[in-house]
Write a protein that binds this ligand. Structure first.
Ligand SMILES: [Zn+2]
Length: 346
């Protein structure tokens, strides 16, 4: 298993200088003909790269077929790598395109909204528009430009923290599956996931709007998201960073086409796991409110019935994965009682 190399550019606040540095770093890695996939926000950062074709603009509606077509265009152009410069979906499309074309991937995230920046997992919609979580290629190199990240919207930072709130719960789910003899825990992956969460733990009681003024915060969040991705590379599954709370986020995608950023949906899903583990949901919800993350169904446009349906659908999104949700084995009556217990105000 090989971990990606991660470079954080933060020596001054000019994005043009970061773009120069990115081009130099690729040359130093003997990447001579990169195929560039860039979102609107990534254009400046990608502007100094020279590929065999002009940079391709990332289409936010790109599905798995589109990713495969990007892969074949890259291959036909004689590219020696795909460089994806953009947000989570752009990187995921790049990962899938690279996997299909047998090319290496360089990830250049323009925001820190989830732990996919260096994971081997790509979430890309199928032909019906339903996002699917697929095994793809982890990047070999991640270039992070702080001058770019500071211009990303604050909700993307909150979502990044939200995705990492899942780690301790995902680990408990993993231990639960191991206890039942269903899976083995990979200790190194476990430790990376713990370390990832510990990095952001001190920032969880601060409004992300305040944290956004602190360059150190970006480094911490970036390191934490990278470690979380490495935990997944290490175990070869998303297990160390994805449990029942991710099943709830997947169910939101499948039943409602997604109602918020991935990390925000995951943070919301954590409330259910916290409740099922018998812990203090009120304290957890207070933390979510402070982080400007959804803490009640209405924040995602859901009522009590939709919430019950969501809980019943969640275990179906990841057949074969045993988490606290599968352990609870909710039927409609139990699901409704749980929803009323967590959100008595509904
Ligand atoms: Zn996630």
């Amino acid at each position: 298993m090989e971990f990606p190399e991660v470079f954080i550019y933060g020596s001054d606040d000019r994005e043009d200088a970061a773009a120069e540095e990115l081009a130099a770093q690729l040359r130093a890695r003997e990447i001579e003909a990169p195929f560039i996939l860039s979102s609107v926000h990534g254009e400046r950062l990608a502007s100094k790269l020279q590929g065999p074709r002009p940079p391709e603009r990332h289409d936010p509606a790109a599905d798995q077929d589109a990713a495969a077509r990007i892969g074949s265009r890259a291959k036909r152009s004689g590219a020696d790598a795909i460089v994806a410069v953009g947000g989570g979906r752009c990187l995921d499309v790049g990962k899938l395109a690279a996997a299909r074309a047998g090319l290496t991937l360089i990830a250049v995230p323009t925001q820190l909204s989830h732990d996919g920046i260096c994971s081997p997992v790509a979430v890309v919609p199928d032909e019906t528009g339903k996002p699917q979580s697929l095994g793809a290629l982890a990047p070999i190199y991640v270039f992070v430009s702080l001058p770019t990240l500071v211009t990303a919207p604050v909700p993307s930072l909150a979502a990044g923290l939200g995705d990492l709130l899942a780690n301790p719960l995902a680990l408990r789910d993993w231990a639960l599956a191991a206890e039942r003899g269903l899976e083995d825990v990979d200790q190194r992956a476990w430790d990376l996931s713990v370390e990832s969460f510990e990095l952001i733990a001190p920032t969880l009681d601060t409004d992300p709007g305040m944290s956004a003024n602190d360059p150190l915060f970006y480094r911490r969040l970036c390191d934490a998201l990278v470690l979380s991705g490495m935990a997944m590379i290490c175990s070869g599954t998303s297990r160390p960073a994805s449990g029942g709370e991710h099943e709830i986020s997947h169910a939101l995608d499948e039943l409602h086409g997604g109602r918020a950023m991935h990390g925000a949906q995951v943070a919301f899903g954590c409330i259910v796991s916290v409740a099922l583990y018998g812990e203090d949901t009120e304290a957890f919800r207070t933390r979510l409110r402070r982080l400007h993350l959804p803490d009640k169904p209405a924040d995602l446009g859901l009522d009590e019935n939709a919430m019950v349906d969501l809980l019943l659908h969640a275990p179906k999104t990841r057949p074969g994965r045993f988490t606290i949700l599968e352990d609870a084995d909710l039927d409609a009556t139990k699901a409704r009682a749980l929803v009323r217990d967590i959100w008595p105000e509904l």
